[in-house]
Design a protein around this ligand. Structure first.
Ligand code: ADP
Length: 624
């Protein structure tokens, strides 16, 4: 008989009670109940939830209810440490074993496992499969394993780690134990591979919704990228922002530009020495630094849940990368913004990079084609004018049911210059025709603007009717429109080292007036915050929120943990909206579990009262 049928089913109320007690959450998120039940009943499972979807809770709750010790496999020491700190702050018995520990500390945890002292123990995959550790686990009668970031086991994922492959041993060595895989990577192929590699038996497969409703997506034509980034970062003053760049050099250039403009920002990339990387990562986690300008190297280890904005200085090379990187925004469920500065020039740069590295690595043709296909999807996303939430959901195989998301530049009606741009397009295309389709983008733009007089005169192009025909427009706007024409297939740019722009059949249709053209212009007015933003700040006293943030920072520094371990922003905003005056009031706030209430409740009540008193004093006399 199925093990689950032989036991009294656990009620939802029981699960919710545990969640409220430790984490202070009132309810479960989608699929958490199903995933938790699979854990309790020891049915193998593959759980796919987007970043921020709440995967951790799914493996944290079962061992509490089943009163057992479960093992979590996690790829990075920094991730393990964060999780253990977070759990301990909730009064949850957890520990980690990793290479960074001294032997004494490791023996202590191993002793703790033997005594059944923990509910969760985090380990790296290579340690888990070491024979002595396997023996320790066998003696401790371990009955369930959770594999975090399980896509690392698959070649088809974007982050393959060979050491994950050894996890196949688990089912051989512990046939009675269940194995539960967790990932945010969506494709069917990776999912199937995970189940196969881990040798799961008839697993419960749970796939969540990929849409991140709390994120506002914007794709903005790149004109003056540095200035555009500065504007976005300033919109998020005092909040965490990650700016992703393609090259290391760009991260340094942009970080410097932000610093020069009074924004404390640091660059982060794999070329920096590890000490400096740690310093930046720690400062960011501990909220001493808000803006990091990084390559993709700034990734998995970031657990700061209140990142309010992710900027892409240029397009990433796949929608998967985009989803992963933007996924770092708004993990606390509060609104966050994702701005991508797009120019087809970036896409073309990727294309030549991909071709070159594929040639150098002597990859088979189908790998190159697959990479170019991924790139094309990303480019289509950028140049499309459909709802971005719908596009992303559909890319991951899920229809989007919302009519209008009210959380992307398209649905918020922010796209400017979409009106008829046929005449401008005709001018640009005739500009290409007049220079006989022999020059690159930069030179064509020179002629249209009437700039670079020396070279243009030498070639006699100052005599053309198209010379200076767009001299009333800024250079960035003309370049952006020219690239948009390439994106729309109305103009061609050749490949190779010295690409030139050429016309095709569609170009002539436009020039003959047979085909209307709609082009975007860079937004002329600054973006205002979205509806989602206004809602989640409703009733929140911002002054008090900032005050509570500073209290949180101090408490965190004293404990040597990052601030979000103390309380997340959701909790602080609720405090600053509901003005609690007693421990009982605090207990009703999301994110306040019993241990945190005991540890930090009084400190926060005191801070709230002090802030109120000060506010009262500064109010006009006779106000009360
Ligand atoms: P993932 O690992 O899927 O990216 P996490 O497990 O880190 O996501 O959870 C993301 C955030 O959501 C965390 O701040 C977590 O505390 C919070 N969270 C998880 N489950 C719930 C819930 N049921 N109610 C409220 N907040 C939750």
């Amino acid at each position: 008989m199925d093990r689950s049928e032989s036991e009294t089913p656990v009620t939802l109320e029981r699960i919710t009670r545990v969640v409220k007690h430790y984490w202070g959450f009132e309810s479960l998120r989608p699929l958490q109940e199903e995933a938790i039940r699979a854990g309790i009943n020891q049915n193998d499972s593959v759980v796919v939830l987007p970043t921020g979807g709440g995967k951790s809770l799914c493996y944290q709750v079962p061992p509490i209810i089943a009163e057992r010790t479960d093992i979590v496999v996690s790829p990075l020491i920094s991730l393990m440490k964060d999780q253990v700190d977070g759990l301990q702050a909730c009064g949850y018995p957890a520990a980690a074993i990793h290479g960074g520990m001294d032997p004494g500390a490791r023996r202590e945890v191993e002793g703790g496992i033997a005594r059944g002292q923990y509910r969760l123990v985090f380990v790296a995959p290579e340690r888990l499969v070491s024979p002595p550790f396997m023996d320790t686990l066998a003696q401790a009668d371990i009955r369930a394993f959770a594999i975090d970031e399980a896509h690392c086991i698959s070649h088809w994922g974007h982050d393959f780690r060979p050491e994950y492959r050894q996890l196949a041993l688990l089912k051989e060595r512990f046939p009675q134990a269940s194995v539960h895989a967790y990932t945010a990577t969506a494709t069917q192929r990776v999912r199937d591979d995970i189940a196969l590699q881990l040798q799961l038996t008839d697993p419960t497969v749970l796939v969540g919704r990929f849409d991140r409703a709390n994120l506002v997506y914007r794709v903005v034509p790149a004109v003056k990228v540095k200035a555009q980034i500065l504007e976005v970062v300033r919109r998020h003053r005092g909040e965490a922002v990650i700016v992703y760049c393609i090259s290391r050099k760009d991260t340094e250039r942009i970080a410097l530009w932000l610093q020069d403009n009074g924004v404390p920002a640091e660059a982060y990339h794999a070329g920096l020495d590890s000490e400096q990387r740690h310093r930046t990562q720690d400062a960011f986690a501990q909220e001493r630094l808000d803006v990091v300008v990084a390559t993709v190297a700034f990734g998995m280890g970031i657990d700061r849940s209140n990142v309010r904005c992710v900027v892409h200085a240029a397009m990433p090379k796949s929608v998967e990368h985009y989803q992963q990187e933007t996924g770092r925004a708004g993990r606390d469920g509060l609104e966050a913004e994702c701005v991508l500065f797009y120019s087809a020039a970036g896409a073309l740069k990727w294309e030549s990079l991909i071709r070159r590295s594929s040639m150098e690595a002597k990859e088979p043709q189908e790998c190159l084609e697959a990479a170019l296909e991924l790139l094309k999807h990303m480019r289509d996303y950028c140049s499309s004018l459909r709802c971005r939430h719908a596009l992303l959901s559909e890319y991951f195989g899920q229809p989007y049911d919302g009519e209008t998301c009210q959380a992307c530049d398209v649905c918020l009606d922010e796209i400017e210059g979409l009106s008829d741009a046929t005449v401008t397009a005709q001018k640009i295309l005739s500009g290409v025709a007049r220079v006989r389709e022999r020059y690159g983008v930069g030179y064509v733009v020179d002629v249209l603007l009437g700039t670079n007089p020396e070279l243009v005169r030498q070639r006699g192009h100052d005599k053309l009717s198209t010379h200076g025909i767009l001299d009333d427009m800024p250079r960035g706007a003309v370049t952006s429109m020219l690239y948009q024409l390439i994106d729309l297939g109305l103009l061609v740019r050749t490949a190779g080292d010295r690409p030139v722009v050429m016309l095709n059949e569609a170009s002539w249709e436009v020039m003959r007036g047979e085909r209307p053209v709609r082009l975007r212009q860079p937004p002329s007015k600054p973006v205002t915050k979205s509806k989602a933003d206004r809602v989640s700040w409703e009733g929140v006293d911002r002054g008090m929120f900032e005050h509570l943030r500073s209290v949180r920072r101090k408490l965190a520094a004293k404990r040597g943990v990052p601030p979000y371990i103390i309380f997340g922003d959701v909790t602080l905003r609720e405090m600053a909206a509901s003005n609690p005056t007693s421990l009982d009031d605090l207990r009703g706030i999301r994110g306040v579990g019993e241990r945190k209430l005991a540890d930090f409740g009084k400190a926060f009540l005191k801070a709230i009262a002090a802030y109120r008193a000060e506010e009262g004093e500064s109010a006009a006399p006779g106000h009360f």
